[in-house]
Design a protein around this ligand. Structure first.
Ligand code: M6R
Length: 608
């Protein structure tokens, strides 16, 4: 996500801020900015693009001063432009804020502030916080910040500078990370430890619901209710490289563990109790949704696998003919796409050449293109008619994990959205799904809390030459993704197929000891999938099942069971994929491969 850096001390603030931000560059960002308090004013400089652009601006137009805040933005609300870059101010320019995360009640707050005459100059949720603080200010920045954040809901880390109180920086953490650094006669603040390491190794991790007041002399930690909080600082021994990965040995593992938070962000502000799903950049109307002929889903690799889940959901729940195809196939097969069709183009990066080409082709034939992407301002998002941002945050490992899970949830949201427009999803069924969606992040966390069975299994199968993945319906879609994950980072040959297809050929390759992973979460085809399981078991396969924790039968049938919490069968891919991601990771680790940058692969495939 975005990067935060703050400094108060003896040195010139700008070099420290730029240095800290550059140490957060690995996280990805699309714009950057700084604000420094000096001579009774807070001076802001910001620009879309890389830090080098901001540096150029600062060289031309420098700012002295020893108190400042800096930010690298990964867009969630509004395009990556100069105006939307942080810091943001109120109209007077006295209150300056930077912010990571998402303000959930963005739309009502924006209307409320506009109705009271506030002139909002950006599309961001962050700017609202500057205006809220201005409204609440009665001579004390700490109190004003406290009152302002009570009016905002969501997940965020907020940092505030005020022209009238240049001797302190105020910050609040609500879910998004924030760390205080202790220097000699100086104090620092950052969203992540790597930014602080050249200045100090003594840090204090701010907890959710805490407010921080930073002065040159030290830090005061308070609860949002106003009580004092005391916690001792800790000494960090990580290298800069370890710190970039948040202490995880690889970005892939870090990103797997970030999934509960990523899912929370995907859902944030979009499910409003009994109301319809809010998809801020999707503008389909009831007339279009009711007259819809067909949905086409397209993408490549993991994005295509996410689309296989979408195909199943749209067809089954919305009763709409839906086709999913690889973008590089769709674009060359002269598809019968026409006006009145909806094309859902899925791409983490929004830059995959084949996906862009397929989306353009469909659009030129009159279809409406809806992008499901993680990158605000990406080519796909700019060219599409509608955009559903997945909000996974920057994904650095080549093997996609959190992007996949958020693509799944994004499509469930789209299904609910279309279902309410078309009127063919019963309200009680929609409510059930909404309730279950809301607890999915916690259930993913439960799986992540117990990795030991997957690690043990990985040791058992790491020497295998071939691994097969089978399932039916949604379980087949998950099997496809599990197989891709395994092969791309562990270099073990693997294949996924519908459980019913095995006996039509591939069963010939199953010999004693061959690992076969069976995904078994779909009640309506459970018995049928078990037949597939029996077929491989009879040939001596080592059967690994991914099944619900309360499945009473599976322990007797499989050699190993990877358990997942019970959920609605339509949502099970979100959970069933997680042990398979971990399996791929641990097998690759057992085999000693470069997990984050597997051979022959690139993060973004921008060539055809
Ligand atoms: O950025 P995109 O989602 O369009 O990328 C598509 C594929 O290249 C990508 O999912 C690839 O398959 C990943 N390496 C899978 O982990």
């Amino acid at each position: 996500m975005c990067g935060i850096m703050g400094y108060i001390g003896e040195r010139a603030a700008i070099p420290v801020l730029l240095d800290g931000l550059s140490r957060l560059e690995y996280r990805g960002y699309d714009s950057a900015g700084v604000a420094v308090a000096h001579d009774g004013t807070v001076h802001v400089r910001k620009a879309a693009g890389k830090l080098s652009r901001l540096r150029e601006i600062l060289e031309r137009d420098p700012v002295p001063g020893n108190v400042g805040i800096g930010h690298t933005r990964w867009a969630t609300h509004g395009q990556p432009t100069d105006t939307n870059a942080h810091p943001h101010t109120d109209e007077s320019g006295r209150f300056v804020v930077i912010h990571n995360g998402i303000i959930e009640n963005f739309l009502p707050l924006r209307e409320e502030l506009a109705s009271r005459g506030h002139r909002l100059s950006s599309d961001t949720d962050t700017e609202l916080l500057a205006h809220l603080i201005e409204e609440e200010y009665r001579g004390d920045l700490v109190e004003a910040t406290r009152r302002a954040v009570r009016r905002a809901s969501g997940a965020y880390a907020l940092v505030v500078l005020c022209a009238q109180e240049p001797h302190r920086i105020v910050a609040v953490r609500m879910i998004s990370p924030l760390v205080v650094g202790f220097g000699q006669g100086e104090m620092l603040l950052a969203s992540d430890i790597p930014a602080l390491l050249p200045y100090t190794r003594d840090v204090l991790v701010v907890n959710d619901g805490e407010l921080v007041v930073l002065t040159r002399e030290g830090v005061q930690l308070e609860s949002l209710e106003g009580g004092t909080v005391s916690r001792s600082r800790m000494h960090v021994t990580w290298t800069a490289e370890q710190a970039e990965r948040g202490g995880f040995p690889h970005f892939m593992l870090k990103e797997i563990y970030e999934q509960p938070r990523a899912l929370q962000e995907t859902l944030m502000g979009r499910l409003d109790g009994d109301g319809p799903v809010v998809l801020e950049d999707v503008h389909l109307d009831a007339a279009f949704a009711r007259a819809l002929n067909k949905i086409w889903i397209t993408g490549c690799g993991t994005a295509y696998h996410a689309g296989l889940v979408g195909r199943y959901l749209f067809e089954r729940v919305l009763h709409l003919p839906t086709e999913a195809d690889y973008a590089h196939e769709l674009r060359y097969r002269d598809p019968l796409v026409r006006a009145g069709d909806l094309v859902v183009a899925i791409s983490q990066s929004g830059e995959t050449a084949d996906t862009l080409a397929a989306a353009r082709l469909c659009r030129s034939r009159g279809a409406r293109v809806l992008a499901v992407t993680n990158v605000v301002g990406s080519t796909l998002s700019r060219e599409a008619d509608d955009v559903l941002y997945t909000r996974a945050g920057p994904e650095i490992a080549v093997a996609s994990t959190k992007a996949y899970l958020t693509m799944l949830v994004g499509q469930v949201l789209l299904m609910l959205y279309l279902g309410s427009l078309r009127g063919n999803l019963r309200a009680d069924r929609a409510r059930q799904l909404v309730e279950e969606l809301a607890v999915l992040p916690r259930k993913v966390q439960e799986i992540l809390n117990h990795p030991a069975p997957v690690e043990a299994l990985a040791r058992e199968v790491a020497d295998s030459e071939h691994v097969y993945f089978i399932g039916r319906g949604l379980d087949y879609a998950v099997a496809m993704e599990g197989s891709l994950k395994l092969k791309e980072i562990s270099y073990v040959h693997s294949e996924a197929m519908p459980a019913g297809e095995l006996k039509h050929g591939t069963l010939a390759l199953v010999t004693p000891g061959t690992p076969v992973v069976v995904v078994l979460t779909q009640a309506h085809v459970y018995e049928k999938t078990v037949s597939g399981l029996q077929e491989v078991k009879a040939r001596g396969a080592r059967v690994v099942a991914v099944a619900y924790e309360d499945d009473p039968e599976i322990g007797k049938l499989a050699d190993r069971v990877l358990r997942i919490p019970r959920t609605d069968d339509l949502l099970s891919p979100v959970l069933a994929a997680v042990p398979l991601q971990l399996l791929a990771y641990w097998v690759a680790r057992e085999r000693g491969h470069d997990i984050d940058q597997p051979r022959n692969l690139a993060k973004s495939v921008t060539v055809e």
